[in-house]
Design a protein around this ligand. Structure first.
Ligand code: GAP
Length: 526
């Protein structure tokens, strides 16, 4: 167990409070309101809540879990199924040797300072970012070495946020991996994976042999990763346990083209260049200008745009940021982040890296297993290169909440979510107008019929119809079906659209097909 967490409960609470307060420095009313709504509606639940909720851990409640699964399935559809790629599921616990080979044991660290008085620990770069004088002088602490950070902390008399005094130690690296031990023998060290990618590299050789040893090949997975963040903050943005959706596209480095690039080369993306200037350009131009390293990466950036617009984030609210060379991860030969405007500021929600053959070559060397592939056309073995689009589901989820949240208005006296129907927690709620005269039985049979037809439906009978509509809106259900007196006579029902509250009358027999079409079209008003 990490030393931050193995203290007494009382101390833990103080520590948690401190972290929340640190986070609160950068928070604003919108994110607080949204988090409050999300927790009240069981979309999110602070993990281990009855024991004080350690910072950086969130559970997904029934509503949140449905939305999250739908987001993951959209990713699967866009990045795996449409491409004919493979999905795998690999283990969370990895032996130390794997993380030594990947470079994480040596490099996966954040800068840490300790207060000499209260002994609390903080991320050095975050404290500098919160120091007005350092910011006014244009200090950029990202990527700096501990010695340089220590000097800045001294120069600007950066204070401990709890003691409000300049009582901070020098900066040291803190490795962010959660450490554990395999079995009862001490020294059999292992770590919880800090990224899902490593499992894919470890299984690569077996998978490609099974699929005819042909490049290119895409292998992806959705799974949990763990990072012992020094200052988890901003809710779902910086967590200690989170979900990643990662795709590793393995290709022959001699051929950096993508077979579908011709179809999308004229599509435009909004970039933020290395010098901080915004630029909109076609994918073709972005490669010519050296912004994007190759067609493969350009193709996957375009797919990211498709995914983010489909979940309701407007195109003018995100851009692709070219990461300067000295800020790229240890394995990367080029990184481009998708950054989204949120109430927490600009947030990196996807990192796309040209990982070259770094991982396969390193695992080949350290494991003494040759992970290269024999390429028929070249008549030789090749160590495949990799382009990796790596997405965080939780950050994506937060973006969905932010962009779909609607405050109270004259039309609706309640806060609600305008989720695109494809990612709403339920497609439809089904109500009897009254719980009598057989309307309840009929409503239950309609609900069952819809579910059997693949529509996610839920039966709701408590409260007035108006209250039920409001409750459905509150969790973003796009369609409400009401069974009334006429239903019993002529087999018709009302279908209410969430966004304008207008209703149409439909035959029970056509309901499932109509709802499926509305979901596909994203129809949310009459
Ligand atoms: N395999 C490459 C990799 O893991 P990364 O940029 O460290 O790259 C990829 O992470 C994505 O994972 C990020 O863009 C973000 O969406 C998500 N992510 C990373 N750290 C996170 C954290 N502490 N909390 C929530 N999401 C996180």
């Amino acid at each position: 167990m990490n030393r931050y967490f193995c203290q007494t409960v009382a101390h833990t609470r103080v520590f948690i409070k401190t972290l929340h307060e640190n986070g609160a420095m950068a928070q604003n009313k919108k994110s607080d309101l949204l988090m409050d709504v999300a927790i009240r509606r069981c979309i999110l639940i602070p993990s281990s809540e009855i024991y004080g909720s350690p910072a950086g851990f969130y559970d997904y409640g029934p509503v949140g879990c449905q939305i999250k699964k739908k987001l993951e399935n959209l990713w699967r559809a866009e990045f795996l199924q449409k491409e004919g790629f493979h999905e795998i599921e690999t283990c969370l616990v990895l032996p130390e040797a794997v993380l030594k080979a990947s470079g994480h044991a040596a490099n996966f660290a954040d800068p840490l300072v300790t207060c000499t008085q209260c002994k609390n620990k903080f991320r050095a770069d975050h404290l500098i970012l919160a120091n007005k004088a350092a910011m006014a002088d244009g200090i950029k602490p990202e990527g700096m070495q501990p010695q340089a950070l220590s000097e800045i902390i001294k120069k600007y008399k950066v204070e401990c946020p709890d003691c409000a005094k300049p009582t901070l130690t020098d900066v040291n690296w803190f490795n962010m991996m959660f450490r554990t031990n395999i079995g009862p023998i001490d020294g059999n060290t292992a770590y919880f994976r800090p990224e899902t990618a490593q499992g894919i590299f470890l299984d690569f050789s077996r998978i490609i042999r099974n699929y005819g040893s042909k490049l290119p090949i895409g292998i992806g997975q959705v799974g949990r990763s763990a990072r012992n963040e020094i200052s988890p903050r901003q809710g779902l943005i910086r967590m200690r346990e989170f979900t990643q959706m990662e795709l590793e596209y393995f290709f022959n480095p001699k051929d950096q083209t993508h077979p579908k690039f011709g179809k999308i080369k004229d599509e435009k993306l909004r970039f933020l260049l290395e010098d901080g200037t915004p630029a909109e350009m076609t994918l073709e131009k972005s490669i010519e200008a050296g912004v994007v390293p190759n067609q493969i990466m350009a193709y996957f950036l375009y797919k990211q745009k498709l995914l983010y617009t489909a979940i309701g984030v407007p195109e003018n609210k995100f851009h692709f940021k070219k990461i300067p060379k000295n800020d790229t991860p240890h394995y990367s030969k080029g990184n481009i982040d998708l950054e989204v405007e949120t109430s927490h500021g600009l947030v990196e929600t996807i990192g796309t890296a040209y990982r070259t053959d770094y991982d396969l070559a390193s695992h080949s060397k350290c494991s003494k297993n040759d992970l290269s592939v024999f390429v028929e056309e070249d008549k030789q073995r090749v160590m495949p290169h990799v382009v990796e689009p790596s997405m965080g589901t939780d950050r994506m989820f937060w973006c969905v909440l932010e962009y779909c949240f609607r405050e109270k208005s004259p039309e609706k006296d309640w806060e609600w979510f305008a989720f695109p129907p494809a990612i709403a927690p339920y497609h439809a709620w089904v109500f009897p107008l009254f719980k009598k005269e057989g309307m309840d039985d009929k409503a239950r049979s309609v609900e069952e019929m819809l579910r059997e037809s693949g529509i996610s439906a839920s039966y709701q009978e408590s409260g007035s119809i108006g209250k039920r509509y409001a409750r459905a809106d509150e969790i973003g259900v796009p369609y409400c079906i009401t069974i009334d007196h006429d239903t019993l006579k002529d087999e018709t029902v009302t279908l209410r659209f969430r966004n304008d509250g207008k209703q149409i009358r439909l035959k029970v027999g056509e309901l499932a097909e109509k709802i499926a079409t509305f979901v596909k079209e994203g129809k949310v008003s009459a």
